[in-house]
Design a protein around this ligand. Structure first.
Ligand code: BMA
Length: 317
């Protein structure tokens, strides 16, 4: 029994370490997109050394994935990335703009986490573009459209014990500025202690929907939950609403128990909008596949309807 509005796939988890064709510790927090009618997941796989790499998985139904034999991205051996990826590459989020898929990820090193960006057009060749923040920053999600000629991202800089969601702007995806805080923690709530962007935001006629994570600290550690926020369609720095309740909370055994207990964490959703008989997209109706890491140990799938997300951001209690 749980009050989540996200419906879990009954056979969760969909990907665990036994599905990875080389020795590893865990697989979790995957970026997600569609490419040539296939569901693509870019998996964060923690290898036996403890450092994470990215592995590609593909599927025709969004549930059963075939996983490539070798990682597509390792911590880099070339500067300037080498220094900042020494402890691994983590939490990839994929955004398609025109014919290019951008991957914003966390570069982790002794200098703390910072953001980096890579790109691919075919999911075969991946090219690093740059390190795009100072530390400590992670949880970046790039919008799939430009606004007044600027690329826009959500991110999560950490400053003296504050961990809130910010927005910033760039002409070239490398140099970013005009940063503003867009969403802050709500003391006492499920997202009272930390929060950060989750999946790539997606469009509705009411605004951009963003599935994010919120953290509540307890006597026995953090609880990571998922919630939903709505940002203005033309000015995504304006927060219109956010769910007062989480949409998904750790509840099942595989979410409660693992390397980091009590975690549901997403880096990627795939949206299947409803269409009318003429094939016109209804941006306010449809099903969202949420791919999420459970207890930093496996990958799970849940579904939620766009209508329910829009209702949840309007609710106050
Ligand atoms: C966050 C990130 C995620 C992880 C989560 C829970 O800070 O490091 O990769 O899933 O913590 O451990």
């Amino acid at each position: 029994m749980s009050y989540d509005i996200v419906e879990r796939y009954k056979q969760n988890p969909i990907i665990t370490l036994i599905d990875i064709p080389f020795p590893c510790n865990t697989v979790f927090n995957a970026g997600a997109t569609m490419y040539k009618d296939k569901y693509i997941l870019l998996l964060r796989v923690e290898t036996l050394s403890g450092r994470s790499v990215f592995v590609l998985a593909e599927s025709h139904d969004g549930i059963h994935f075939s996983i490539q034999k070798k990682p597509v991205m390792f911590p880099s051996n070339e500067e300037p990335f080498k220094t900042y990826e020494k402890r691994g590459i983590e939490d990839p989020r994929i955004t398609k703009i025109d014919d290019t898929y951008y991957i914003v990820y966390t570069a982790y090193s002794e200098h703390s986490p910072r953001l980096a960006i890579a790109k691919t057009k075919d999911f075969v060749k991946f090219e690093r573009m740059g390190l795009i923040s100072e530390p400590d920053n992670k949880d970046a999600a790039l919008f799939p459209e430009k606004f007044n000629g600027y690329y826009v991202r959500l991110d999560r800089p950490v400053t003296s014990s504050r961990a809130n969601m910010w927005i910033s702007y760039s002409k070239d995806l490398i140099y970013w500025g005009n940063a503003k805080a867009v969403m802050t923690t709500r003391p006492g709530y499920w997202d009272g202690d930390r929060l950060g962007a989750g999946a790539t935001p997606f469009r509705t006629t009411k605004g951009w929907l963003e599935i994010y994570h919120g953290v509540k600290s307890t006597a026995s550690g953090n609880i990571y939950r998922l919630g939903c926020a709505l940002f203005d369609l033309n000015d995504p720095s304006k927060l219109i609403g956010r769910s007062s309740r989480p949409i998904l909370s750790p509840f099942e055994f595989y979410e409660r128990v693992g390397d980091v207990p009590n975690v549901v964490f997403t880096c990627g959703v795939i949206v299947n909008y409803d269409k009318d008989e003429e094939g016109n997209i209804d941006y306010d109706r449809g099903v969202v596949n949420i791919y999420y890491g459970a207890a930093d140990t496996s990958i799970c799938l849940g579904w939620v309807r766009i209508e329910d997300l829009l209702r949840s951001v309007g609710r106050e209690d």
